[in-house]
Design a protein. Structure first.
Length: 225
């Protein structure tokens, strides 16, 4: 089974082709406009992987939270490819995929994305003997609010460390390890792997009706509300 992974939840795009658990090719690039760059990035990736778009069985896409525009672009491209080829579309939670960039031995992992307006998208995961568990679900918080929610020791990663890494390092001290961005950024191969696992266990969230998981309401929705 050939799975195309796509992550456009941040300004750093990631695409990968995974077949039967093996990554055939992966590409990561900063982009000012995912709408302009993601299709050429996928075309180059498929050539590197030695396959065509018709070979794809599944399109796994990071579905949020994250950049509103980036998420819409990623899902639109995934659905477009699926409509053209008959491939299945599977949505994967962005923060979970980001957490799983790290090895299972990392302990409590807190992926953070910059939600702007002084807020963060945050979640916290940990690998236990019986599988991955959440310390808390995806949420929109201020840095100060997050301090009280974190476990005693954790690893923090994500694009929010660019703005808030020093804040967490100073307030948490030895309680937290803050990893640099973009050395630890979303990887489409992880998104593809999670989709494969969910399809195998029958827990995949899939279909052409998939919508982004924003967590925060858009400005337009807020005004209407």
């Amino acid at each position: 089974m050939h799975v195309l992974g796509v992550d456009t939840a941040t300004h750093r795009a990631s695409v990968a082709v995974v077949a039967d658990g093996q990554t055939l090719a992966e590409s990561n690039a900063d982009s000012r406009s995912h709408a302009a760059s993601i299709v050429p990035l996928i075309d180059d990736l498929l050539r590197e992987a030695g396959c065509t778009v018709e070979d794809l069985d599944v399109i796994a896409v990071s579905a949020g939270p994250g950049s509103f525009t980036g998420l819409r672009v990623g899902l639109s491209v995934a659905k477009g490819i699926a409509c053209a080829t008959g491939a299945r579309v599977v949505g994967i939670p962005t923060l979970e995929a980001l957490a799983r960039v790290l090895p299972a031995t990392a302990g409590a992992i807190c992926p953070l994305l910059d939600a702007r307006k002084g807020e963060l998208y945050a979640a916290c995961f940990e690998r236990r003997v019986d599988g991955w568990m959440r310390h808390f679900n995806d949420r929109l918080v201020t840095p100060e609010q997050l301090l009280t929610a974190l476990p005693d020791r954790c690893t923090i990663l994500g694009d929010a460390v660019v703005r808030y890494g020093t804040f967490f390092a100073e307030h948490l001290g030895e309680r937290a390890t803050v990893l640099p961005w973009p050395a630890y950024s979303p990887r489409a191969s992880v998104v593809a792997g999670l989709a494969t696992d969910r399809l195998r266990t029958g827990t995949a969230c899939e279909g052409l009706s998939l919508e982004p998981f924003y967590v925060r309401a858009s400005d337009a929705e807020s005004r209407l509300g």
